[in-house]
Structure formats: structure tokens, C-alpha cells
Write a protein that binds this ligand. Structure first.
Ligand code: ATP
Ligand code: MG
Length: 330
């Protein structure tokens, strides 16, 4: 690891202040389908962030990414990439974007080097510049040893790594990844995560769809949660987590609460609502760390032991399940 990303030199910078990606009221219904795959979807991705698109199977993630890449055309709505309209300025949009699709678009009978050369030429690279980009991409993916091996002999993880660097061959300013780490081993997954962090540090905006909530929580600064082609919520990961943080402290005592314990605990200024029944104690507190210390002190004074203790906390996974369940119930 530790290979620095090449500086961004090939595509013109985006104007400061414009969103990297702005989609408005996108509506897409596939031929013969009874429902919209996307229904008036609007999403704004600022420059310089890692932005996660989350949603259950069939939510419309790939449909959205395919429209951004120009593979399919929606019935309604607008798409701007780096301030350029997708329909009116497709050549500039193509230069700005690098795309790693859900199903790796790799030619199995070509070698890794030949695949990179093919996609590099498609992006207008040639000569020494193409050669140096191919070499840089092979090293970035840590597949230089396999450069001249036909891709049909690659493992799933190595195909994913190649899929990623094919998207980077022309040093795009915006990278779109559709489930880049699905079904691969932990080493390849960790390598891809590290490369994405390096690219972010080098100024690349990254839009990534994923089913892995831990991946989104670790990697993404902002996320949009989709369901049935619609936006359920979008925002900063930390803001979303803070908004649904569960402040409940649960303590199981080693014996039934003695008389007077509830009153003593209830007098603690650090604790909000408190409920004590038999061996079970639950309490809410704005500052759980302080409340837990105070609760434990009172229990110790009353010579009551603690069998187990838990704190609600929050996770993107729980948030996602709550929101998409609510959406499904509508
Ligand atoms: N080419 C197509 N023709 C007809 N229907 C399609 C086509 N592609 C997608 N759909 C439908 O559009 C909806 C959205 O599918 P999409 O592939 O965008 O979902 P997704 O969120 O990417 O799901 P997954 O997590 O399984 O990849 C689904 O109902 C799907 O069946
Ligand atoms: Mg998909």
C-alpha cells in the first residue's frame, strides 16, 4: 500500500461552488414495467466528498448511476455533472466521470494491461501518456505481477480491483462506483477502501452505492437512502446518526433492587428518565458517560453488583432498517 495517487491533471477543474452531481426530479420507467424505477428523484453531491447511495435490492441505485453515466435516458428530469448538463455537454461529462459498474465490464480474453489500454484509448489517451497511466493503474490495484495474464484467470477480488482502476485510467474528477466491494475477500476490500480514501485526499469526488452499512459508515461523509425509486433521506452521516441516537442505558443488577435505591438513583442530576423494576434498571441521559459513572457509584454505595450493562448508541444499519421498513409499510 502507500502508493500516492497521481495528481489530477487531465480534466479541467470544476467551477467552485457547483455541485459535483446534481440530479433533479429524475423519473425513469423501464419499457413494460408497471412502476417507476425512479420517481422524481433529486440528489445533490457536493464536490470533494465520498457520497453513499444506499437502498435495498431494486431501490433504483443502479438505474440512477446508469443515468449519470449516460447508459440510459430518463423520461423526465435533469442531470448536471460539474455544472455541465449531461444531455448538452456529454463529451465534457465523460471526461469528468470515471465509472466502475456493478458487473465488472472487463474483457475476459484480454490481459489486465490490454483492458486498461482499451479503456484508456476510449478516453482519448495514447503513446507515452497511455503507457504511464496503465503502469500507474496496475500499481494502484497491486496487480502489476498479473499485468499480462488474461483476466478470465483472475479471482473475483482481482477483477474488482481492475474494474476500479479502469475507471481511473483518465484521472477523472468524479468517480462512480456501483457496489465495488461485493463478494470479495477482506484484503481486496481493504485495498479498495484505502484507494478510495487516497483518491478523496487527492480531491476526487466519489459516489458509491453499497449494501454494506459498515462500509458506508466508515467511508462516506454523506449518504442518500433510497427505496422504491424515491429518496427517503439524504444528509451527513454523523448528522443522521446523531439525530437518531438512542440514549438509553440498560443495567442488569446482580440482585433485586433494595429499598431506597430507586430514590437515590432518581436524585442524580446526570440522569433523565429512570425506571427500576426488580433487577432491571433503564435510564436516559444526555451525557451517557457521566451518567454511567454516577449510576455505578450509587450502586457501589448500596453494595449492589452489576451483571451486565448496555448503551443504545446508534448505527447506520439500524437507521437504514428503520427507514426502509417504514417506507415499505406505506
Ligand atoms: N433493464 C431493465 N428493464 C426493466 N426493469 C429494470 C431494468 N433494470 C432495472 N429494472 C427494475 O428497476 C428497478 C430498480 O432496479 P435497480 O437495478 O436500479 O435497483 P438497485 O437498487 O441497483 O438494486 P440492487 O441492490 O439489487 O443492485 C427494479 O424494480 C428493477 O427490476
Ligand atoms: Mg444495483
Amino acid at each position: 500500500m502507500g502508493i500516492a495517487c497521481a495528481p489530477l491533471g487531465q480534466t479541467a477543474p470544476m467551477d467552485a461552488g457547483v455541485a459535483a452531481i446534481e440530479v433533479r426530479d429524475l423519473t425513469m420507467r423501464f419499457k413494460g414495467a408497471r412502476v417507476d424505477a425512479l420517481a422524481r428523484l433529486s440528489i445533490s453531491v457536493p464536490q470533494g466528498v465520498i457520497y453513499g447511495i444506499l437502498g435495498p435490492n431494486g431501490a433504483g441505485k443502479t438505474t440512477l448511476l446508469s443515468i449519470l453515466c449516460g447508459l440510459i435516458t430518463p423520461q423526465a428530469g435533469s442531470v448536471c455533472v460539474g455544472g455541465r448538463d449531461r444531455l448538452h455537454d456529454p463529451a465534457e461529462v465523460k471526461r469528468l466521470l470515471g465509472v466502475a459498474p456493478q458487473e465488472p465490464a472487463i474483457y475476459p480474453t484480454l490481459t489486465a494491461r490490454e483492458n486498461l489500454a482499451f479503456y484508456g484509448r476510449m478516453q482519448g489517451l495514447a503513446g507515452a501518456r497511455l503507457e504511464s497511466r496503465i503502469q500507474a493503474c496496475l500499481e494502484l490495484a497491486e496487480i502489476a505481477d498479473l499485468a499480462d495474464t488474461r483476466v478470465e484467470h483472475f479471482s473475483g477480488g482481482f477483477k474488482r480491483r481492475l474494474n476500479l482502476v479502469i475507471a481511473l485510467i483518465h484521472e477523472p474528477r468524479i468517480l462512480i462506483l456501483d457496489e465495488p466491494t461485493v463478494a470479495i475477500d477482506p484484503h481486496s476490500r481493504s485495498l479498495i477502501h484505502q484507494r478510495l480514501r487516497d483518491l478523496h485526499a487527492a480531491g476526487v469526488t466519489i459516489l458509491i452505492s453499497t449494501h454494506y452499512m459498515d462500509e458506508a459508515e466508515q467511508l462516506c461523509h454523506q449518504v442518500a437512502i433510497m427505496s422504491h425509486g424515491r429518496l427517503v433521506i439524504q444528509g451527513g452521516v454523523q448528522d443522521l446518526l446523531a439525530a437518531q441516537r438512542d440514549d438509553t442505558i440498560q443495567i442488569r443488577l446482580d440482585r433485586d433492587a433494595p429499598d431506597g435505591l430507586g430514590e437515590a438513583l432518581g436524585r442524580l442530576p446526570e440522569v433523565g428518565d429512570l425506571h427500576l423494576s426488580g433487577r432491571c434498571l433503564t435510564a436516559t441521559a444526555p451525557r451517557a458517560d457521566r451518567a454511567i459513572l454516577a449510576l455505578l457509584q450509587v450502586l457501589r454505595d448500596a453494595e449492589v453488583g452489576v451483571e451486565s450493562m448496555g448503551y443504545g448508541g446508534s448505527s447506520l444499519e439500524r437507521f437504514f432498517l428503520t427507514l426502509t421498513d417504514e417506507e415499505a409499510a406505506r
